[in-house]
Design a protein around this ligand. Structure first.
Ligand code: PXL
Length: 287
């Protein structure tokens, strides 16, 4: 029998500078003792969050042949984890990966926008195709903006009453996934937090976090990576959420204390050692 760490097929872009997508997913999952097979959807000089004219090479025609190569090799994956996707054809390739490894946990981070707005690369067609990918997922990790986009509702900047938060989570899971996590929410009676729902158990969870007056790119990728690492190492959903929220809160606070350029991302290199231990830095509660 093959004796090896859990292995994740990560289908995301590689943005050279700015600390997002594969440049954070690889170190975080490695620190959590999970092996990553990186399948880049595109190569970019930086992320698209305000660093000027980005150099980008689309790799749509690379993904399916790479999947076929992994299939020929007989590689096993315990998880297929998708993120930023640049074309409708890339969504087709992700669906293909899901059917090639049917026993893998299918995690879809439906990267489409933030702060109430879709990214420039997202049109209505891509949002529709992302919803199709979400239907086939086991776990999704949209931020609040992406949650509204998936539900076809316009973004509401006002804090969420608990009933509305639960209804959003339930309706996201009605699309197909067993579990949904909404990041970057603010509850009317609970402040900033991350929210989760397990459809089979009917349980709603929340992990509160401190507010910081700053926004960094890549935090969604970092959160989902720690969540995936936790789940693959045996965490329950709320424990994995607490692990991810705790790590993000700590590294965001540390970065903010150094007053760096927010566009350069979270200085997670300072804190990555925390992920190598077993400590969970936050508590979870029922929503
Ligand atoms: O972190 C999400 C993300 C992923 N990939 C690219 C991005 C962004 C967010 O801006 O620009 C290329």
């Amino acid at each position: 029998m093959e004796n090896r760490p859990a292995r994740v097929l990560a289908i995301h872009d590689l943005s050279g500078f700015g600390r997002c997508s594969l440049t954070v997913i690889l170190p975080i999952l490695s620190a959590m003792r999970v092996q990553v097979c990186a399948l880049p959807t595109a190569v970019l000089s930086t992320h698209t969050g305000g660093l000027g004219e980005v150099q980008m090479r689309d790799l749509t025609d690379f993904i399916t042949p790479a999947l076929q190569h992994y299939e020929r090799l007989g590689l096993g994956f315990e998880c297929v984890y998708t993120g930023f996707l640049g074309s409708p054809e890339q969504i087709t390739s992700c669906l293909q990966a899901f059917s090639l490894w049917p026993d893998a946990i299918k995690v879809v981070d439906p990267v489409m926008g933030d702060h109430g707005k879709p990214y420039r690369t997202m049109d209505a067609g891509m949002v529709g195709r992302m919803a199709e990918l979400v239907k086939s997922a086991d776990i999704i990790t949209p931020n609040l903006t992406e949650s509204y986009l998936l539900l076809g509702e316009s973004y509401d900047f006002s804090p969420l009453p608990r009933g509305k938060a639960k209804s959003m989570l339930a309706r996201l899971c009605e699309m197909g996934p067993h579990q949904a996590v909404i990041t970057g929410a603010t509850l009317l009676d609970g402040g900033p937090c991350n929210l989760g729902y397990d459809r089979e158990r009917g349980s709603y969870w929340m992990v509160p976090c401190d507010y910081m007056p700053v926004s960094y790119p890549g935090t969604g990728d970092m959160f989902a990576s720690v969540l995936v690492g936790g789940l693959l190492c045996g965490d329950s959903l709320p424990i994995a959420m607490a692990r991810a929220t705790g790590f993000l809160e700590r590294t965001i606070k540390d970065t903010f204390s150094y007053s760096s350029d927010p566009r350069f991302g979270v200085q997670f290199e300072r804190d990555i050692g925390v992920l190598m231990g077993h400590s969970v830095l936050k508590e979870f509660t029922l929503l």
